[in-house]
Design a binder for this molecule. Structure first.
Ligand code: FDA
Length: 378
């Protein structure tokens, strides 16, 4: 074996694929029972509808190198992501755009009229001196839109009143003064035609790659553990950086998600893939309805059943899946300490969202792995 990769998410698989193509023998271990990390999906058994196990994953990128690379393993559908939100029993398009504004104020403002209205309402606070997230939100889009679409949704995401959240949590709130409600602005966007797992499996399908599942790097009962491998061969580690160092500089904090899946006896539950719930009375933040991610599979998917998933957000305990870095000042301190420690680890390369404590979209994780391969490992 020439290289050990810990974690089979997009970061780890990209490294493994590049190394295998360059003639190296690679072993990939993952503590889960499947490959693919958080991008893993599987068909719900009674309906055959593809469900993204760790929350909805939409691929998008403007990076030509990443786009060329991912197309070696999968083609993409023409899916374009759009999100709606339910506020006070009425559905509005997101992100906030001219359609949202005119529907909310029951008006027919032109782009300039809407701009003038929002900037007048935003005058209540100054974004530069805002004392907390609430003041910042109002300074960016004005109180009426903030209270309708941002306040309670943010409170549900963080389980904290936005008055008690730091202003830095949001740097901007996108408002579009057109009717364009495309969610992403990237050059390329789509979903893998045969699903995420087929894509991920193709990346790992090489005679030079061995994958061992249900294998934890910190379990000394299995041979490819930290104690017995570090210093013996190059390692790419994509698990949590604080766990690697036994939390010596403290545990970095994360938010996690709980998912509640249900198969319903209706052909169509909400008419769209993602519906946000902006109000405090509804405990979940959004509902995904997976069949709408693949309209091109209509002839394969049942017409009388659908799969929905309600999403709930909360702070992660140590045994929970870490999803979004919280990034408090203490976390930033801790991360600096861990970065220092990583310098001392001979031939261990830390990567991916857990290994670097950053939110990374899939195209960013793949791009970062390609750079690590080209610049440090090749
Ligand atoms: P990932 O977390 O995927 O992989 C790490 C792997 O390491 C895991 O499989 C884990 O089991 C393994 N591991 C950890 N510790 C280990 C140990 N001790 N021993 C062995 N294995 C270990 N992106 C995007 O582009 N569009 C989107 O729509 C979304 N949506 C989205 C929703 C939600 C809810 C989240 C949390 C994230 C997204 N993402 C996304 C981001 C996407 O999930 C992310 O880019 C990839 O997961 C990054 O891949 P990594 O390989 O870095 O980590």
């Amino acid at each position: 074996m020439d290289l050990l990769v810990v974690g089979s998410g997009f970061f780890g698989l990209t490294i493994a694929e590049r190394a295998a193509a360059a003639g190296r023998k690679v072993t990939v271990i993952d503590r889960r029972h499947h490959i693919g990390g958080n991008a893993y999906s599987e068909d719900e058994p009674t309906t055959g509808i593809e469900v993204h196990r760790y929350g909805a994953h939409l691929f998008h990128t403007s990076n030509p190198g990443v786009w060329e690379y991912v197309n070696r393993f999968t083609s993409f559908t023409s899916y374009v992501h759009r999100v709606y939100t339910n506020h006070a029993g009425v559905v509005f398009p997101m992100p906030i755009n001219l359609g949202t504004i005119n529907q909310f104020f029951r008006a027919a403002y032109t782009p300039n009229e809407a701009r003038a209205l929002v900037s007048e309402q935003a005058g209540e606070f100054d974004a530069k001196t805002a004392a907390n997230l609430e003041e910042k939100g109002i300074a960016l889009i004005g109180r009426p839109l903030y209270e309708a679409f941002i306040r309670d949704y943010t409170a549900k995401q963080w389980q904290t009143d936005p008055k008690n959240l730091p202003a830095e949590v949001i740097s901007r709130l996108p408002v579009r003064y057109t009717y364009d409600n495309r969610y992403f602005n990237d050059t390329w966007e789509g979903l893998p035609t045969d699903g995420y797992t087929a894509w991920l499996e193709r990346m790992a399908d090489h005679p030079n790659i061995e994958v061992r599942l249900e294998t934890d790097f910190f379990d000394t009962a299995q041979p490819l553990n930290k104690r017995d491998t570090v210093g013996q061969l190059p390692i790419v580690y994509t698990g949590p950086v604080d766990r690697y160092f036994d939390y010596t500089a403290g545990a970095l904090s994360w938010r996690t998600l709980d998912f509640e899946e249900e198969v319903l006896d209706v052909g169509d539950f909400q008419g769209t893939p993602v519906m946000n719930y902006a109000d405090a009375e509804i405990p979940y933040t959004r509902i995904h309805e997976f069949k709408h991610f693949h309209p091109e599979r209509a002839d394969r998917y049942p017409t009388d059943k659908t799969v929905i998933m309600r999403e709930f957000s909360r702070f992660a305990e140590r045994e929970d899946e870490p999803y979004y870095p919280v990034n408090t000042p203490e976390d930033r301190q801790g991360l600096l300490a861990y970065r220092e420690l990583t310098q001392g680890e001979k031939d261990v390369h830390f990567g991916g969202r857990l290994g670097t404590y950053q939110y990374l979209d899939m195209h960013m994780a793949i791009g970062a792995a390609l750079s690590m391969w080209n610049n440090r490992l090749a």
